[in-house]
Design a protein around this ligand. Structure first.
Ligand SMILES: [Zn+2]
Length: 250
């Protein structure tokens, strides 16, 4: 076969293969735009309340820390949060939590909230509905065994979900929460860049995304908490964030 013909046959074969399984359809605004606005459907999809951050009576913000527990950085992150009296919400990965159960217990005992970030941190739109349900249920069961508390919050890895995910989360007793401000600490920017990205996103009701497993997060966090305090922001867990948002919506 001539090269051009071979190439055409190869491309025709490629076209016949779908890029993703048929069930994969990205529905998440965050996954395609990087962060949500304060539209309920983008930030807190499936919620029964409508977000009105402009009606908040207090300058609250929620700090969320994903992908842990991480033995290299979480002990230092915990120490910084304790020093500033800041509660956070951790979205933990089940398979890491299984390996470091003591660290999970310590995070919970510090007063932080623990959320579900799936068992294996797979992109859920590449999973069948059955696989998604296992990812969520197995993780909640483990976290509840370790902490003795029910798991309330869920964040899909990469902020990515399809038409099945929200219902699967709801059936597992979980509320899905994305973020409004992405620190991009996972890109290993210099700490000052992480700091500026977070500070730019700090508005009343903001939900800030950071991570357990990057050195830049640890380096940037004290300055962020210091400046937030100067600007009179108060950090709250997602459960308190929700309570304040409900009051603002009433
Ligand atoms: Zn993640």
């Amino acid at each position: 076969m001539k090269t051009a013909l071979k190439r055409r046959a190869f491309l025709a074969g490629m076209a016949a293969l779908p890029a993703f399984p048929a069930h994969a359809r990205e529905l998440s605004w965050v996954a395609t735009h990087g962060h949500a606005g304060f539209l309920t459907a983008q930030l807190y999809p499936g919620a029964s309340l409508t977000l009105h951050p402009e009606a908040l009576t207090e300058n609250i913000v929620a700090l969320t820390i994903d992908d842990g527990p991480d033995t290299a950085h979480d002990p230092e992150i915990r120490r910084i949060l304790r020093a500033y009296g800041v509660p956070a919400t951790y979205f933990l990965v089940g398979r890491h939590a299984q390996r470091h159960a003591r660290l999970v217990r310590e995070i919970a005992d510090d007063g932080h909230e623990i959320g579900n970030h799936t068992w294996s941190h797979r992109r859920l739109i590449h999973c069948t509905p059955e696989e998604q349900a296992i990812e969520l249920r197995r993780t909640s069961a483990l976290l509840e065994t370790i902490t003795g508390r029910p798991t309330r919050w869920f964040r899909p890895p990469f902020g990515s979900y399809d038409e099945h995910t929200l219902g699967i989360a709801r059936a597992a007793g979980l509320e899905t929460m994305l973020w409004t401000a992405d620190s991009q600490d996972y890109r290993d920017h210099p700490p000052v860049v992480i700091e500026e990205r977070v500070m730019r996103g700090l508005t009343p009701g903001a939900v800030v995304l950071m991570h357990s497993n990057h050195a830049g997060t640890v380096a940037a966090l004290p300055r962020i908490l210091e400046r937030a305090k100067d600007e009179r922001f108060r950090f709250v867990t997602l459960t308190e964030w929700k309570a304040q948002m409900e009051r603002a919506a009433a």
